[in-house]
Each structure stands twice: as C-alpha cells, then as structure tokens.
Design a protein around this ligand. Structure first.
Ligand code: NAD
Length: 364
C-alpha cells in the first residue's frame, strides 16, 4: 500500500531540492502517493495567502507531509508560514538530528546529537507589547504594583510563558524518540538559575517526567550557556537534548554548524496527529533555478519520514547511500567541497543520481 503524503515543494530553491528528494524516496522502492501542494511567495500573489486552507486540509487528511523551504513574504503581515503551519496542526515538537557523517568538513566529527525543541511556548508565543502602546504602559504599571520592579518608560516587552502541559509533552517526545531510536541519555537544557518560574518550572517538570515515566533512560540537566560551551568542545558526550523554544532555535543552528552546515541539517515538526518533515535551512533564493544547492538536508528529512512510518530498512538504505556519497566526496554540492568555487562541485540533481546509483549498487 502506498503511503499518502502531502508534498509541499516550497519556493526559491525548494522545487529543485524537492524533486531530488522525491526521486531518492521513490528510489528506495517504498511506494508513495504524493499530493503536491504549492505554498509560499508565488501562491501569495495568486491566492492572497501564502498558506491556503487546501494545504492544511491535505495534511490533515494524510497525517504526513514533506516540505521544501518557503520564503516568508516581507511586509505581508504574515510572520512566517512555517510558524503558522506548526500552530495550525499543533506540531509542538521540532526534532533536529545533528550527525557528522564521515567525509564532512567539520572540526567535530564525533557529533551525533538530537535536538528536541518545544515549538509553541517561550518567547515565541507572540505575546508582545510594543514601545509606546497604551497596553505596554498598563503592563509596566501592573509590574510596578505587583512586583515592585520599575521598568523604564522607553520599553518593549515580550512575555515568556512556559507551562507544565507544554513541557511534559515535549519531554515525553524526547524520551519516546530516545526509546525508539536506541538512544541512552536525555539532557534537559535551561537557565533556571536566573528564570526560576519559567525555566525552573521546565526543568522541574522534566525531572519528574524522567523519574516517573522513563527511569530506564539516563536524564541530566545543563544550563544553556554551559551546554553551548561543551557542545563545541565535547559534543560526543551528548545524545538527545530537550529545550524550550528559544534555546532550541539557537542550539539548532549551532548543531548544524557542528555537522558541516545547513546543507546537511534535517528536521521534522511533529505533533500527536501530524508530522511535517523539512530541512533546517531556508529557501536560499539567490540560488533559485541554478541546480546548485545541497538536497541532502531534505533527503535526510526523508530518511526521518521513512523511520517515522516504520520503513526502517529503506531508511537505513537511503541514509547509507547518502553517507557513502558524502564519504566519497565526489558527487557533492559546492558547500561540501574544500572551497566554495570548486569546479568539481556537482548540481542538486546529480546528488540525487549518485544516491540512487548507490542504493542500486547495494541492491545488486
Ligand atoms: P537560507 O537558509 O535560505 O540561506 C542562507 C545561506 O545558507 C544561503 O545563502 C546559502 O549560502 C546557504 N544554504 C542554505 N541552504 C543551503 C543548501 N541546501 N545547500 C547549500 N547551501 C545552503 O536562509 P535565509 O537566507 O535567512 O532565508 C531565506 C528565506 O527562507 C527567508 O524568507 C526565510 O524566512 C526563509 N526560511 C524558511 C525556512 C523554512 O521554510 N523552514 C527556514 C528558514 C528560513
């Protein structure tokens, strides 16, 4: 039976990358029935919204989507289509594995961590008070009356909400991921020494979930600044990291840097009912139509999709073929070559050809 999956090719370099990914996923022999759904900048011009309802409905029906990057139209009133999609489908967990494959140019070849970032709460909840707004003044007054702290008048305020509900489900997701993928340790990341009522609540709740529900998996905690220091000195000591939204965002990019850059960093946004697989990188619009950028991040997101639906053997085969292309270092894009203008760099579609040939060699 074919898996029914919504495929959002995205814009900018998204369609080229998506085509390469479609080919390698089909090259595994697993059958897919794609529902192609455009979203993004061009759709905004035609349909007045970059994320039409038909896209959401398609994912609701299928439960699964793979998505190329989408440019956030500037000045349209839309903060980000990606954020809207996560909210609409309650995709509360952002999963980003950061694994350094042999052959990648990195100073941290032993990195193999998974970042589990909470997607809805924290400073990203969108509760903000603008400088000069009358409500900001009322909030300032409220803070003075109830807390005794007198904030300056020339101020903007963003609120950082963290709940037990939101924390429990992201921490459970981290442990469930660890269990399903043979990982042995989860590290909770916070700044509870300073933000006692938010990060403090996060780490206390995480500790309770760890002790009560997952005693067989090791749990530890790290203060976020210390974690960043340790990740760039001893990344091999870390396994699954679970973080509130903002730290998760920042540490994700750090993680991508550890493993050879954005062209290599896959991801998924997951909720209880739906999962959307997408690379960490954006639409890199300056390379649009040039068959130039690296499709591996979205290919590795495809590997995550295969594992998510239980196609472990096909996932291992595809990941193995990608790893072999990286190790050989020939059929790779410019970002993986020693210099960015290396004439031996190949194009997006050539990477797909090499990965498919690799899978066929293994099968023969
Ligand atoms: P970007 O990730 O698109 O590109 C930054 C730079 O990283 C590129 O110029 C390129 O040098 C490199 N790069 C990125 N992807 C690459 C790849 N696959 N192969 C090789 N090199 C790659 O970031 P940006 O320029 O800040 O964002 C462009 C647009 O994408 C913005 O509108 C942004 O909002 C959007 N965006 C979308 C997503 C998403 O859809 N999930 C994520 C991030 C940014």
């Amino acid at each position: 039976m074919a898996y029914r999956v919504t495929f959002i090719p995205g814009d900018g370099t998204g369609p080229e990358i998506s085509e390469a990914v479609r080919r390698v996923l089909e090259g595994t022999g697993v059958e897919f029935q794609w529902d192609w759904q455009d979203a993004g900048a061009d759709v905004y011009e035609q349909e007045g919204t970059p994320l039409p309802n038909r896209v959401i409905e398609s994912i609701r029906e299928r439960g699964l989507a793979i998505k190329g990057p989408i440019t956030t139209p500037v000045g349209s009133g839309f903060r980000s289509i990606n954020v809207a999609l996560r909210k609409e489908l309650d995709l509360y967990a952002c999963v980003r594995p950061c694994k350094a494959y042999e052959g990648v140019r990195t100073r941290f070849p032993d990195t193999d961590i998974v970042i589990m970032r909470e997607n809805h709460e924290d400073l990203y909840a969108g509760v903000e008070y603008e400088l000069g707004d009358e409500r900001t003044e009322r909030l300032r007054q409220f803070i003075k009356d109830t807390n005794g702290t007198e904030l300056r008048e020339d101020i903007g305020i963003s609120i950082k909400p963290i709940s037990i509900f939101g924390t429990k489900r992201i921490v459970r997701e981290a442990f469930e991921y660890a269990k399903a993928n043979g990982r042995s340790k989860v590290t909770g990341v916070h700044k509870a020494n300073i933000m006692k009522f938010t990060d403090g609540l996060f780490i206390k709740t995480a500790r309770e979930v760890a002790e009560e529900e997952y005693p067989e998996i090791e749990f530890e905690d790290r203060i976020v600044d210390n974690l960043c220091n340790q990740l760039v000195s001893r990344p091999e000591e870390y396994d699954v990291l679970v973080l509130p939204n903002l730290y998760g965002d920042i540490v994700s990019d750090l993680g991508a840097g550890l493993i050879g850059g954005l062209g290599m960093a896959p991801g998924a946004n997951v909720g209880d009912e739906y999962a959307v697989f997408e690379a960490v990188h954006g639409s890199a619009p300056k390379y649009k139509g040039q068959n130039k950028v690296n499709p591996m991040a979205l290919m590795l997101s495809g590997v995550m999709l295969l594992r998510h639906v239980g196609e472990r053997e096909a996932a291992d085969r595809l990941e193995g073929a990608i790893a072999e292309v990286i190790r050989a270092g020939e059929s790779v894009t410019y970002d993986m070559k020693p210099s960015r203008d290396d004439p031996t760099a190949v194009g997006t579609s050539d990477v797909a050809d090499a990965v498919i040939a690799g899978m066929e060699r293994v099968a023969a």
